[in-house]
Design a protein around this ligand. Structure first.
Ligand code: PEP
Ligand code: MN
Length: 341
C-alpha cells in the first residue's frame, strides 16, 4: 500500500501519518520525492487490516490518496519515484537519454591484453571499460581471473585511457577491496540473489550494476535491486543479460528484449542490455545491440577482445576490434533515428 501525501504537506502531517502507522505495530517506509512524499506499507497485511488503514489514513490531513500497490518492490518502483534515475560515473551519465556503451574483454588476462582492449574501446567511442578480475566460472578448473592483480591492472589502464571502469564482485567480503579499485560494482547474473552481497554493495555507496539472474522473474530482479536501494544507495543500474534458453543449440541464453520496455515502465532505474551473454555468439551481438537500442535500453555492455581466439573466457561471443568499431558506428547511426536519442 502506498500513501501519497499532498504537494506541500507539512513535516508534521507526514510524521502524524507515519506515527499512526507505527501505532499499529507496522514499520512505514517514508520516501521523500521531488514534489511530494510517499509512505509505503508492507504488502504482508491482511486485506481487512488494509481496508481499515486505508479508510483511516485517507481522512488524515495532508494525505492526497491511498493506493494498493500491485508490486512487491517499492524503492525501485515508478509508483514511488516517477522521474528516471540518472547514475553519474565521472563524466558519464547513465539513464539520461544518451545510449551508453560499456566495452571490454570478459576477463582481464594481462596488462598488455587489457591495455590493448581499452585503447580500442576508447578510440571506438565507448564510455565505460569492462573486464573481469574475479570470474564466476561454471567449472572450478576454468580460468578464475587474476583477482587483485586484475583489479590493479584495471585501475591503471582505466586511468591511462581515461575511462571509468566496471568489474564483478562475487562476495560481500570482497566489496571494500573491489570498490577501492573500480568505479562501478557489477553483481553477476549468478549472484543476483546473493543477499549479503547485495547489502554490502548497497553500503559501499558505489554505483551497482545488477545483472538479471538467468531464471529470475522481473519481480525477483527488482526485489534484488530493492536490497541495494534499501541500504540508501540510489545508484543502481539494471542489466538484462539473457535468460535460460529453450534451445541452447543456437544461442547461450535468450536476450529478453521485452524486459527492456517492461522494466522502463515499472522502474525508474536505468536499463542496460548485454547482447554478448544474451546470445553467446559474436555475430549475433550487433543485431541484438541494435534491437536493445530500439527497445528503449539506456545502453549496452559488450565483450570485445583484441584476439578472441586467445581469450581465456567467453571467446566465442567476443567481438574482434573491427567488429566493435562497426558496432559503435552502426549504433551511433541508428541512435540518430531513434526518437529522443
Ligand atoms: C560477465 O559479465 O562476464 C559475466 C560473467 O556476466 P553474467 O554474470 O551475466 O554471466
Ligand atoms: Mn563474460
Amino acid at each position: 500500500m502506498i500513501i501519497v501525501m499532498q504537494m506541500g504537506a507539512t513535516p508534521e502531517q507526514i510524521e502524524a501519518v507515519a506515527a499512526s502507522i507505527r501505532s499499529r505495530g507496522i514499520d512505514p517506509l517514508v520516501l521523500p520525492g521531488e514534489d511530494r512524499t510517499a509512505i509505503g506499507i508492507p504488502a504482508s497485511l491482511s486485506s481487512d487490516a488494509r481496508t481499515d488503514i486505508e479508510a483511516q489514513i485517507a481522512a488524515m490531513d495532508g494525505v492526497s490518496k491511498v493506493t494498493q500497490t500491485s508490486h512487491p518492490y517499492k524503492l525501485a518502483s515508478r509508483e514511488f519515484h516517477r522521474e528516471d534515475t540518472l547514475v553519474t560515473v565521472g563524466e558519464v551519465v547513465i539513464g539520461g537519454g544518451d545510449f551508453v556503451v560499456m566495452g571490454g574483454p570478459c576477463s582481464i588476462e594481462s596488462y598488455e591484453q587489457f591495455s590493448s582492449a581499452a585503447l580500442i574501446v576508447k578510440s571506438a567511442g565507448a564510455q565505460i571499460l569492462r573486464g573481469g578480475a574475479f570470474k564466476p566460472r561454471t567449472s572450478p578448473y576454468a580460468f578464475q581471473g587474476l583477482a587483485l592483480e586484475g583489479l590493479k591492472i584495471m585501475q591503471q589502464v582505466g586511468q591511462e585511457v581515461g575511462l571509468p571502469t566496471i568489474t564483478e564482485v562475487m562476495s560481500g567480503d570482497l566489496v571494500p577491496l573491489v570498490a577501492e579499485y573500480v568505479d562501478i560494482l557489477q553483481i553477476g547474473a549468478r549472484s543476483m540473489q546473493n543477499f549479503p552481497l547485495l547489502i554490502e554493495a548497497g553500503k559501499s555507496g558505489k554505483p551497482v550494476f545488477l545483472k538479471r539472474g538467468p531464471s529470475a522473474t522481473i519481480d525477483e530482479f527488482l526485489l534484488a535491486a530493492e536490497y541495494v536501494l534499501s541500504q540508501g544507495n540510489p545508484n543502481v543500474i539494471l542489466c538484462e543479460r539473457g535468460i535460460v534458453a529453450l534451445d541452447k543449440a543456437y544461442t547461450r541464453n535468450v536476450l529478453d528484449l521485452a524486459a527492456i520496455p517492461v522494466l522502463k515502465e515499472h522502474t525508474h532505474l536505468p536499463v542496460i542490455a548485454d547482447p554478448s551473454h544474451g546470445t553467446g555468439v559474436a555475430r549475433y551481438v550487433l543485431p541484438m545491440a541494435k534491437a536493445a537500442l530500439v527497445a528503449g535500453a539506456d545502453g549496452i555492455m559488450v565483450e570485445m577482445h583484441p584476439n578472441p581466439r586467445e581469450a581465456l573466457s567467453d571467446g566465442s561471443q567476443a567481438l574482434r576490434p573491427e567488429q566493435f568499431q562497426k558496432l559503435m558506428d552502426e549504433i551511433h547511426h541508428l541512435a540518430t533515428f531513434v526518437k529522443g536519442r
